[in-house]
Ligand binder design. Structure first.
Ligand SMILES: Cc1ncc(COP(=O)(O)O)c(C=O)c1O
Length: 427
């Protein structure tokens, strides 16, 4: 592998990676559930709490600093998604942001209006609209092909009608890693006059995002999936945010975007930490500048400043993770009793690899791996429709999910392969 990416330097920034379990070095393959956090992110949060901690909009030093940090974080997150700072909303989580958004959008909808969700999505992007069935909205869920774990695009086209008001889509599946080419689906929705809500929670840690290029109306992502603290970020197109009739405490003054969606006192320390997580990605871009200029000049053409480095950093992460994911999939596919789930080789997917071992429940495999210091998730990870219904895996406890992050190494993948081989041989 070309040395464009200094994994040792990356790893040195994550104190968690020094951990041992039963004498083995811990291998963190639980990234899709939340990545580890570099020290600089925690330092930024500590710095806020020690030296700038105050509530917003006061007439004294720390409150002014808190306001400035909040606004600076919006600028940073706007560079991450390629939008304007006023289009960035900070909230508790993507689930909460989605619920708040749904309640607000639903105020201007009526019984009979149609909403499209998908069977590929995390419940966070399905349930808010499923609850709205009680208001008479018609909720249609796009089918997934169980063999390829990809959306059935014909079914999408059939479900899209002149009555469709909202299309809520998944960009990358946290269950099996499928990446959906959302641009044609967004264009289709816009042709019918519908708004789009994109769940980019699993996509954001693996690929650069450009909300303007795709003409996305709303998008959610969660910084704790890309080296930040636990919170959610919502992008809303300026004109759509302006129109939203959000629910707020009646004494709260600010009804302007983006604060009209930030109810109560924001988590200022987490907002600072989230911005620092994006700076961490930009610094990966700095470190691989020559490589990025050489290999990705077309993608990076026209980008400036921090946005350039963020995109370069994300491209480096993708290029670093991909060969390891491929090696892992190939090894698993060659093992007796092991079945890998997800799109066919060559189709777009993230570095998340889900599998099962015949004769074992998903949780039993995850526990056996966990006992050897390999941290993976098992179950449906809230992609419940996909895993329990489409893939019909409820009886075996769902899937085992290995999620790669930029701090994982090829040696860790080799050890993971060995351990899975051993577990499968005894199954
Ligand atoms: C694809 C996807 N969407 C949404 C969510 C929910 O995000 P949050 O925990 O920020 O509510 C998750 C969390 O795992 C996810 O993976």
């Amino acid at each position: 592998m070309e040395l464009f990416y200094d994994v040792k330097k990356i790893r040195s920034q994550f104190p968690a990676l020094n951990r041992k379990v039963n004498g083995n070095p811990a291998i963190y393959l639980d990234g899709p559930g939340g990545t580890q956090v570099p020290k600089r992110v925690v330092d930024k949060m500590t710095d806020y709490l020690f030296y700038h901690n105050a509530n917003a909009h006061g007439h004294f030093a720390t409150s002014r600093e808190c306001d400035a940090l909040h606004e600076a974080a919006r600028e940073t997150m706007a560079d991450f998604l390629n939008c304007y700072a006023e289009e960035i909303v900070f909230g508790d989580s993507s689930t909460t942001n989605n619920l708040m958004l749904t309640f607000a959008l639903a105020r201007n909808m009526k019984a009979g209006d149609e909403v499209i969700i998908t069977d590929l999505d995390h419940e966070s992007n399905r349930s808010p609209w499923r609850h709205m069935e009680e208001r008479g909205f018609v909720i249609k869920s796009v089918k997934v092909n169980p063999d390829t774990c990809q959306l059935d695009l014909n079914d999408y086209r059939e479900k899209l009608t002149d009555k469709t008001k909202i299309v809520a889509l998944n960009w990358a599946s946290n269950g099996v890693g499928t990446i959906t080419d959302i641009k044609p689906l967004i264009d289709g929705a816009h042709n019918k006059g519908a708004l789009t809500i994109i769940d980019a929670v699993h996509y954001a840690p693996h690929r650069p995002i450009d909300v303007k290029a795709l003409d996305i109306d709303f998008l959610v992502c969660s910084p704790y999936k890309f080296f930040g603290p636990h919170m959610g970020v919502l992008y809303g197109k300026a004109e759509e945010l302006k129109k939203l009739e959000t629910y707020r405490v009646l004494v709260e003054g600010n009804t302007q975007p983006p604060e009209k969606l930030e109810t109560g006192t924001p988590q200022f320390e987490s907002i600072c930490g989230s911005a620092e997580a994006v700076e961490f990605i930009a610094d990966i871009g700095h470190d691989c500048e020559a490589w990025a200029e050489r290999e990705h000049s077309e993608t990076l053409a026209g980008l400036k400043g921090r946005r350039w480095y963020i995109v370069a950093g994300m491209l480096a992460i993708e290029e670093y993770e991909e060969p390891m994911a491929k090696k892992l999939r190939k090894a698993l596919m060659q093992m007796d009793k092991v079945k890998v789930f997800g799109p066919p080789e060559g189709e777009p997917r993230t570095s998340t690899v889900s599998f099962l071992i015949e004769g074992l429940r998903a949780g039993e495999v995850a526990r056996a791996m966990g006992d050897q210091g390999i941290f993976v998730w098992s179950g449906h990870y809230y992609a419940k429709e996909l895993i329990n219904e489409v893939l019909n895996l409820k009886s075996v406890g769902g899937l085992v999910r290995i999620g790669l992050a930029p701090y994982n190494t090829e040696e860790e993948i080799d050890r993971t392969i060995e351990v899975i081989k051993e577990i499968a041989s005894k199954a």
